[in-house]
Every structure is written in C-alpha cells, then in structure tokens.
Design a protein around this ligand. Structure first.
Ligand code: SAH
Length: 484
C-alpha cells in the first residue's frame, strides 16, 4: 500500500455576497481576484501596497481595501481567504489564523499551508469542469485542461445556460427520472445542441420548445460541414475543424489534405478520398456532389474536407449551391489558405508598408484561366500576387506579366509543399522564374508569391531549409520532366 494522502474533496462554492479576504496586492493577488469577483464574492484586499490594476479595481469600487501589515482581525466575517504575498512568514500567519477560525485558506503555490486548492478550470457559461491533481502535478492538470478546451465546443455554454433557465419546466414536463434522462439524451444529441453549434440561438430555442412539447422528431437528416484543412501542417487546423473531424461519420477529403490532418480525425469514420489530380481524376465534381447527398440523406454527419480554405479556389461555392438546392443543411469552417500559410512559412509578409499595399489571390492553373486574368492590373508594382498554379504554366505567366510591363527584376518566392516538413522555397526575379523552377525541379503543390516583398524570404525565412536563391549552385540536372 502506498501512503498517498486521501483525495481532496471537490466543491463548487456559492460566493455571492460573501466576504473573501485576499492578502497581498501584487500581480499574484490580481490573478486570484478575477475568478472571485466573477463568482460575486465581496473581496477585501489586505496589503501594504496595491499594484496599479488592483488599485484601479479599488478605485472603481469593485473591491474593498485595508492597508498595512496582516492582522488576524482582517479575517472577520470571511468565508475564504487567499494568501498571495511573497513573504512566507506572512503567508504562514494567514494560514494559521484562518485554520484557528475554520476558514478555508489557499496559500498560492504552497500545498502544505493550503486547506483548499483552486483547480484548473474549463468554463462554458454555467458549465464548469474543474481538474485537480491533488496539488502534486499542476502541470498535468493544466495539460488536461488544454486538451479538453480544444474538445469542448464553445456553444456548450449557451446550452448549459438554457438548461439552467428551463430546469423547472423540464422537471414539470418530465417529473420522473427515466423520462427526464431520455429527454436530455435526445436534447444533447439532437437539433438543440446542433443549432447552438451553428450559432443559431433562436433555432435552438425553437427546437427546445418543440422537444419539450413532445413534438415527434423529424426524421434524422444529416448535414455537411465544408471544412478547410489548411495547407498541411496539422497545427494550422482550427479548433472547430478538429471538433467536426472528431464527430464525423464520413470524411470526403481531397488528395491535398495531408496524412497528419487525417490522423487527427475520428478513427472509425469512413474516409473517402475524392481528390482531384490534374491528370488523374479520382472522382468528378458531380461524383462528389452525389456522395455528399447520399451520405447526408442517410442521416450521417459528413465532413467535406478541403485543402487550405474551402472558399479560395476550392469549388466550395459550387458544393454549397448544390447542397442548398437539395435542402441539405451545411456549415462552413474556414481554413488557412495556401497563400497565407506559404507566406508565413517562407517569411514573406504579404503586405508591407514599404513594398506592397495590396495582395491578390490569383489562380492560373490552365490556359483558360490565364486568358481571363486582368494582366494590366496584375503587372502593377507595389502589390503582391499570390498565385495558385500548376508549375507547368510558369513560363506563360512570366511572359504575360513582362509584356504588360511588370519589371523583370520583380522578386519572387516559389513555395513548394508550404508548411510541410518537405517545404522548399526558391527565390529569384521574374525573368528567371521558369528556369529556376526547372533547375530545382519544383513540383506541385507550389504557390508563387510575386512582388517586392518576396525578396524578404532571403532574410526572414525561419521554417525548413533556407531558400534556394538564384546564386545557389544548380543540382545535377533532373532526369525526369517537370511535373504539372
Ligand atoms: N483551397 C486551397 C487551394 C486549392 S487550389 C487553399 O485555400 O489553399 C490548389 C493549389 O493551391 C495548388 O496548385 C497550389 O498552388 C496551392 N497549394 C495548396 N496547398 C499548398 C501547399 N501546401 N504549398 C504550396 N502550395 C499549395
């Protein structure tokens, strides 16, 4: 048997209108004040001096203050005390005086002197999750907190608030526990929670009223979330994307979505690769539409996962129009688009007070897209072009820009596999763009950043190997043709 102490007893205390003493007026005390005030406590701060923000709270009448050295009579009427001074002797005296009066005391960062501890917390409105390691491993508690923060949707707060407000009506309608339990089950898995997640408070309320009235549930209809997966680095996923990936029944993903991102998704979801490769079409756009419809109509939660952002050269608009026309509910989660990710990971600020006041996202994947671009506008200087393109079109792209007057010396940075471990960046000037891309055998996916700012990559790069600049000696000539 180990001689570990017994576990702490968890407690959520109602501090409204109750006196809490905080001893100490510095930065540590300030951090302790905020949750106490949020809980409605009447806080008395006893301290020699108040640091500026604490003094401001006092001036605003939000706390009371007693100046000077600690004396036990400060504890008069207190339910709880926090000792947050940097003087161990004072902290010890506070703890002893509190113990004698049976007042719970927390001495910041001193387990032995504390009779209560404040847990790591996750808050969603009235819903709170408190984590304690018994004081032995606060880092572990904090780590868990971060994990749960990413997993628990913000909208849980609104849901918890609704349930708190309506608890009497729910009880009246379902006086017996089994019925109440079933009601909550359908509530949490059904449209009420779903409407809150979609940011539709009115819809959630209406769904709640319908559920309470015992309206028969409409047949389960699935929905589609159009989710941006970012450029490859899983760290660039949004929290919302991560949550949806963990709730999905079916994930329809592009080829561009990296394995690191897919590894974060729910294991037993159905993964269907629908990506399109320039030459080798896996599933046509119509086929993608049909798959979304089939799975949504079967009541499944479908995530349509796209590289980068779904609305930037991702045909996301067409997919939503299709879903709308077929009455399927949807939501859209933005992703970090290739232009933003490649710029960040290559050290190229897309705008810069000295070099560029605007930035354009351009696609130049095929000849038709080259013909429809406004070349005169693109050739203007002091602007940045972020060009989503196959590397095969670089020569035509350069020629058109030059013939419309963009300087041959305009810097570029060509970013291959931006944000991924195998990222490469080639820098140079517009004149040499196709030759340098060929020399370094740049492959798709690659994003071209053209404009004065691109030169900054040579000094501001920080991720992966340094840019292959024009002066870099050529590698052995590639023996394969450059891929499109
Ligand atoms: N919706 C996507 C773009 C799809 S078009 C987004 O918002 O990023 C595909 C083009 O995006 C590729 O040809 C390439 O030019 C660019 N691209 C996507 N991911 C990239 C990456 N990791 N590195 C460089 N370019 C990328």
């Amino acid at each position: 048997m180990s001689d570990a102490p017994p576990p702490l007893f968890p407690l959520f205390a109602d501090l409204r209108g109750r006196r809490v003493l905080v001893v100490g007026g510095g930065a540590v005390a300030r951090r302790k004040l905020e949750p106490l005030l949020a809980a409605g406590a009447r806080v008395l701060v006893g301290a020699m001096r108040l640091e500026a923000e604490v003094a401001a709270l006092w001036a605003a009448g939000r706390i009371d203050h007693v100046a000077g050295a600690f004396t036990p009579d400060w504890l008069e009427g207190a339910w709880l005390v926090v000792a947050a001074t940097d003087d161990e002797g004072v902290n010890r005296a506070v703890a002893a005086a509190a113990e004698a009066r049976r007042i719970w005391a927390n001495v910041v960062d001193d387990l032995a002197l504390s009779s209560y501890q404040s847990p790591a917390r996750i808050e969603r409105g009235p819903l709170q999750i408190a984590i304690s390691s018994g004081g032995g491993a606060p880092m572990l508690a904090r780590h868990l907190r971060e994990k749960l923060e990413t997993e628990l949707d913000e909208s849980l707060g609104a849901l918890a608030a609704l349930l708190l407000r309506e608890r009497h009506r729910i009880r009246q309608r379902h006086p017996r526990l089994p019925g109440r339990r079933r009601f909550f089950d359908t509530l949490l898995a059904g449209p009420v929670a779903e409407r809150f997640r979609a940011g539709d408070a009115d819809g959630a309320r209406a769904a709640f009223e319908a559920a309470l009235a015992g309206a028969p549930r409409s047949r389960d209809v699935g929905s589609v979330a159009l989710v941006g997966a970012g450029p490859g680095d899983p760290g660039l996923l949004t929290l919302r994307a991560l949550r949806l990936l963990n709730q999905a029944d079916v994930i329809l993903h592009d080829r561009l979505v990296g394995p690191g991102v897919l590894a974060l998704a729910r294991r037993d979801a159905d993964f269907i690769e629908v990506g399109k490769q320039a030459a080798n079409h896996l599933v046509s756009q119509d086929g993608i539409h049909a798959l979304m419809l089939e799975h949504a109509r079967a009541g499944r939660r479908v995530v349509r996962l796209k590289g980068g952002d779904p609305f930037v050269f991702g045909r996301g608009g067409e997919e939503l129009e299709f879903l709308h026309a077929h009455g399927i509910g949807f939501e859209v989660v933005p992703g970090v688009t290739a232009a933003l990710a490649c710029a960040a990971y290559a050290g190229v600020p897309l705008t810069h007070r000295d070099h560029a006041q605007s930035v354009r996202f351009v696609t130049a994947h095929c000849k038709a897209s080259l013909d429809t671009l406004d070349w005169r506008a693109l050739a203007q200087e002091k602007q940045t072009l972020a060009v989503y393109m196959g590397v095969a079109g670089l020569e035509a792209f350069r020629d058109r820009l030059l013939s419309h007057g963009r300087a041959a010396t305009t810097p570029f940075a060509l970013v291959e596999n931006g944000s991924r471990p195998e990222q490469r960046v080639v820098t140079g000037t517009l004149r040499d763009l196709p030759a340098l891309a060929a020399r370094h055998a740049v492959q798709s996916p690659a994003l071209l950043i053209l404009g004065e700012v691109a030169a900054l990559a040579d000094t501001l790069h920080w991720f992966g190997p340094a840019p292959l600049a024009a002066a870099t000696p050529a590698p052995a000539p590639p023996d394969t043709a450059i891929a499109a």
